[in-house]
Structures are given as C-alpha cells and as structure tokens.
Design a protein around this ligand. Structure first.
Ligand SMILES: [Cu+2]
Length: 199
C-alpha cells in the first residue's frame, strides 16, 4: 500500500466505526381516553422492520402462571425465541393457543414448579395464551422481527434501547386498542414518540 491508500483505509475504517456507534434510545408514551387508561400498560411499541442478524436471548424469557393469571400479561419476543411456561401455583395449569401463526399448540397440563416450552418462529404473530383449566386466564405473546421493542409501564411510558440510526416505521400492539403507525428517524433530534391508542 502506498501512503494515499493507507490514509484512505484509515478514513474508511473511521467512517465505519462512526456509523456503528450511532445508536439512540427511542422514548415516549401512549395516551388514551380517560375511560381506557388501564390499557396504557402492556402495550408493545416496536420498530416494524430493521436490518441485521439478531440473536435470541441466551436465557429463555419466562411466562408464569401465578395466582391464576399469566405474568407478564403481555410478553414481546424476538422471532425464534423459545418461551418457558412456568406453573407457580398449587393447582394444575394448562397452556394452549388457538392461533394458527403460533402453531395452535397445546402443551398439556403440568404442576407447580414445572416448565414446558414453545418456540415462536413467525414474526408478526400476536397470539393469545389460554388455560383450559381456568377459562378466565388470558395472556399474549407478541413476536417481532427485530429486538427493538419495549413494553409500556402502568403510566404508558416506554424506552426502546440502542436503536441504530436510520428511518423506521414504529408501531404499537395492544390487546384491545389501536394507534396509527408513525415514522421516526433515529440519530437526529429527540427520538420521542407519542401514540394515541383508541378503538
Ligand atoms: Cu390455569
């Protein structure tokens, strides 16, 4: 390499490093009408599509059956993730879903302290979880194409961490309510989004 080639290579390397390092958090909240504030929590906010090869978490996320409820009520996961279903109650529980995109599985019934698992391999699948022992039990698994998602807290606040710079469509999923998609350019400005969720 001559001197110019070396300088070019150094500049190229610096530009690549700079690009890789530009990532930002997207912050915001969901708003709704006063009679629907309970739906502010458990809303999934997510980047619709992002490029990259994403790794599922080393440790399988857990969906618990505790005091006759699914905890968390809503579990967002990256496509390819295996979810562990753990019974924490003294009674038998079952887990099944009638949703085709999740494979209409029925894991059977099992007792306290035991875990059964299911792998979610279809992005865009929003599936309900039910228990055939307790018809009132209901939970959800939301399967996403990329790891840039967050679940709102009880006040509707969320933070999506470390989103690479770029233009994205950002969406919400809620068990009952909807909101219009929005466009966001990460890497410039404040990276804040407010969604109004409604019927
Ligand atoms: Cu049950």
């Amino acid at each position: 390499m001559n001197k110019n080639q070396i300088i070019s290579a150094i500049i190229l390397f610096a530009v690549i490093c700079l690009n890789l390092s530009i990532a930002a958090d997207i912050k915001g909240h969901v708003d709704t009408d006063a009679n629907k504030i309970k739906y502010k929590a458990n809303t999934v906010v997510y980047i619709d599509k992002a490029e990259g090869n994403f790794k599922v978490p080393m440790k399988n996320p857990e969906m618990n059956q505790t005091k006759l409820t699914f905890v968390p009520h809503v579990l967002p996961v990256l496509v390819g993730t295996t979810v562990n279903f753990l019974n924490n109650d003294d009674v038998l529980h079952n887990v099944f879903t009638p949703d085709a995109c999740a494979g209409k599985f029925n894991l059977g019934s099992w007792k306290k302290g035991e875990i059964r698992s299911h792998k979610y391999d279809k992005a865009g699948c929003n599936s309900v979880l039910l228990c055939n022992v307790h018809p009132e039990m209901e939970g959800y698994v939301v399967v996403l194409q990329n790891p840039y998602f967050a679940l709102t807290d009880k006040d509707g606040n969320f933070v999506i961490k470390n989103v690479p710079a770029g233009k994205y469509t950002i969406k919400v999923w809620n068990e009952k309510l909807k909101a219009a998609d929005q466009q966001i350019t990460v890497g410039t400005g404040k990276n804040e989004v407010v969604f109004k969720i409604a019927k």
